[in-house]
Design a binder for this molecule. Sequence first.
Ligand code: GLN
Length: 232
Amino acid sequence: EGTNDSDDKPTLSVVTEAGFMPFTYLDKGEVVGFDIDLLAAIMQEAGYDYELDNVGWDAMLLSVEDGEADLAIAGITVDEDRKQEYDFTAPYFESTHKVVFREGEDITSGEDIKELNVGVQSGTTGAAAVEKILGKNHENISKYDSNTLALMSLQSGDVDTVVTDNVVAEEYVANNPDANVEMIADPDTFESEFYGIMFPKGSEIQEDINEALQTVIDNGTYAEIYQEWFGV
Ligand code: GLN
């Protein structure tokens, strides 16, 4: 229940893709993560009730585009292409990409993935970053429906390396000590980007949600959630 005037506000339909640990993922069947806690804080501040559905990446984008869902949160990068199709809040998290690979591969820069088989999550900024290096739809690029699947195929040897968002890469490497994987950053190759909450174009609630995000940042709630998930 919201603390404000939730009675006269609609219950919002929120979609996510819970395969993006630590931002949004499944724990014992429940969708949890940094983004999910931030969402709860924002909704309480804005006074909306909401229903959260884990629908997968492509369905998430489609249902927001259609206006079937009111908003989406899943470590979604705000970029110029997406701004043509969707509206976004102000940024709430800075990100870049990292290269994850099996121990022993000689990878010291982003360019080193050029001769390798690279796994990416289809339709993400990581996929776009890899296509900038290898070429669009290059035969050495394997596109997966989720980040989880891409990382699984790294372990099984189907690909040599996976390019994904830095915090997600770090979480994966830290949580899988037996996977024999390592990672590198390369700020010369991979640009900085920012996550935002995504709305259908012309959404009537985006101002409310954006204001609530700003309040949650200003009043220290964001810092508390950040501390909980990322320490320091
Ligand atoms: N930040 C990346 C993007 O928006 C990946 C997001 C994700 O896979 N959930 O494309």
